[in-house]
Design a protein around this ligand. Structure first.
Ligand SMILES: [Zn+2]
Length: 84
C-alpha cells in the first residue's frame, strides 16, 4: 500500500481506490501545541479524501517561508522505529 501515502490514489485505511483531492484552507492558523496565541500562518493543505470510508490525509503546501515557520515554531516528532 505504498506506506499509506494517499497521493498515490489508494486509501491508507480501507485500501479503496476512490481517493479524491481538494484543498483545505485553514482559517484559524497553525501554532505550536499548547500556545495560547495564534500564529499568523494560514496554511493551505492538499487534502486527499477517501470517498469510500472518509479517511483524510492532509499535506501542507510548502514553500520556503512555511517550511521555516514549521521548523521554528512546531514541535518535532522524532522518527519512530516501525514494528516488525
Ligand atoms: Zn478508505
Amino acid at each position: 500500500m505504498a506506506n499509506g501515502d494517499m497521493r498515490n490514489g489508494r486509501c491508507g485505511v480501507c485500501g479503496g481506490g476512490e481517493v479524491c483531492w481538494g484543498e483545505y484552507v485553514a482559517q484559524a492558523g497553525l501554532r505550536q501545541p499548547g500556545k495560547g496565541k495564534f500564529g499568523a500562518k494560514k496554511p493551505v493543505f492538499d487534502a486527499y479524501i477517501c470517498a469510500a470510508c472518509g479517511h483524510t490525509q492532509l499535506h501542507l503546501r510548502l514553500d520556503a517561508t512555511m517550511s521555516s515557520f514549521i521548523r521554528r515554531k512546531l514541535n518535532r516528532m522524532p522518527p519512530q522505529q516501525s514494528k516488525g
